[in-house]
Design a protein around this ligand. Structure first.
Ligand code: DAT
Length: 178
């Protein structure tokens, strides 16, 4: 699939607060090919791609069909970073690289508290991080060789992770006639 694209599709996933948006923004600046950052959660809100808003959990119930229809042309074209806390709804053929960000749970708790999440939402996400929910989801949805698990605890991690993804993009370019 990737050979028909001029630039890859990179999925950056992980529990909320692990650093997806921070990584995606830096990667856009450093990438050797133009990449558009798609914050899927924001897109769901802005374009109304949800069925309902759950007051108790302070989260949207996504309309997956609508979301996939919205993303399909962008994924076919390539040159995007899909930034979302889940990745198993994306068709396998879309992704060239799946980055799963990880964070120590005490640090994650602080980040989510600062974000003003309700306690039960902090607990739910913390537990998901401890239980490896997102990495297992990624490993069961995509070929093992395209799934990369990276720590995201400090600025050094951020910089080395982005440098590593940039290297991967350079290799992708060569393999795809760039
Ligand atoms: P996400 O998009 O996964 O919800 P984010 O990028 O908004 O997460 O990051 C949440 C907060 O944590 C934000 O204040 C930035 C900080 N953060 C995340 N990863 C980091 C890292 N590797 N180094 C330093 N700060 C980080």
């Amino acid at each position: 699939m990737s050979s028909s694209r001029k630039a890859p599709v990179i999925v950056i996933t992980g529990t909320p607060g692990t650093g997806k948006t921070t990584h995606a923004e830096l990667l856009v600046q450093e990438s050797p090919v133009p990449l558009k950052h798609i914050n899927v959660g924001e897109m769901v809100k802005e374009k109304g791609l949800y069925e309902a808003f759950d007051e108790e959990w302070q989260s949207y119930t996504v309309d997956e069909d609508k979301l996939l229809d919205e993303l399909e042309p962008l994924a076919s074209e390539g040159g995007i970073i899909l930034d979302w806390h889940t990745c198993d709804i994306f068709p396998e053929r879309w992704a060239d690289l799946v980055v799963v960000l990880r964070c120590n749970h005490t640090k994650l708790w602080d980040r989510l508290e600062k974000r003003g999440y309700p306690l039960k939402k902090i607990q739910e996400n913390n537990e998901a991080e401890i239980m490896d929910v997102v990495i297992e989801e990624a490993r069961s949805s995509y070929a093992q060789e395209i799934v990369v698990e990276l720590q995201s605890e400090g600025t050094e991690d951020l910089e080395s992770n982005v440098a590593r993804i940039v290297q991967w993009i350079e290799a992708w370019k060569k393999d795809n006639g760039g």
